[in-house]
Design a protein around this ligand. Sequence first.
Ligand code: AMP
Ligand code: MN
Ligand code: MN
Length: 347
Amino acid sequence: MFELKSPDLLKQVASALVVPERLVLTCHVRPDGDAIGSMLGLGEALESVGKEVICYCQDEPNQTLSFLPGFEKLVHEPPRPFPAGAALVVLDCSEADRIGRHGQELVDQAHRLIVIDHHLGQDMCGNMQDKTGMHCVQYINPDIFATAAICFAIVEQLGWHVSPEIATNFYAAILTDTGCFRHSNTTSLAFRMAARLVEYGADPYMISDMLYERVPYRKLALLSRALRTLSLELDGKVALIHVTPAMLEQTGGTVQDTDDFVRYARCIDGVEVSAFIKEVRAGQVSVSMRSRSWFNVAEVAKGLGGGGHFHAAGFRQPGSAEQWRSRLLDIIAPLLEAHETGDRTDA
Ligand code: AMP
Ligand code: MN
Ligand code: MN
């Protein structure tokens, strides 16, 4: 058994999963390895104890995740009608809007709502309070590296069998959300869970190979163009990189091919804040922000209608990549300055 904080709350969520015969599992838009691995792993665990499960996510995941057991069961249309008496399980996000355009509809139809997440500053059940008759339980723990880790702890707590298929999903989720055990969220629990999942049949070599060693050529063609936009700003504390619709068109690259581009800005020595600005369609950007130590990117992203974690966050806004390069610098510059002034005052 793994000890997570607020064990009573975790127990409540585990018990809530046992009650309904039917469950609709969902996650955030543009799902990543943690969103999909949590959904498929928990979905498989629920099915193995006889539940009827639907795994719905609005957007097609990156094809690199298609090796995950159960991937073919994902649906991208919300279940209509919503299965009678079913619970809605929201994974790796805790806002109806982050589920996508049908998020609110799903929440409104659900008989009970179960939320499992690790993002900062969310309270989905609190926001639901005025909806009468809704049974809502949530376990949101921002100290945990992956939603799948919470799901794994719950499955263990319930004493359910962890098949190699479930283990593969949870392992892949933990691997991706910890950046292969390199991000600041990596704890000893991440390694302990990973070890246990390998014992349950997850194959670390196969999973890493599938996730990281099968890159399509077009992605590198797109990356080579994106790298030409890489710049250092504000005394080398900030790095920006972007992709435009023209680059996507020239290379045949897809939006999903850009999933990890922010790391080329993030990894530069001396950089505290990095951002990858993806102009998906002309005049619409999706921005990934990262920080190295003290800068809270979740706060900036939240102020712009997005969210995330202290060191990794994102948002979507109208505007071009060029416009957002300067807007971001305008937002970040005073925060850097305030920090440096603070440092001087402290000294
Ligand atoms: P990404 O940069 O897309 O890898 O996202 C980094 C983190 O920020 C993830 O935990 C996301 O869940 C979160 N995030 C990204 N975009 C948004 C958004 N538009 N709204 C809320 N959270 C976001
Ligand atoms: Mn996620
Ligand atoms: Mn996650």
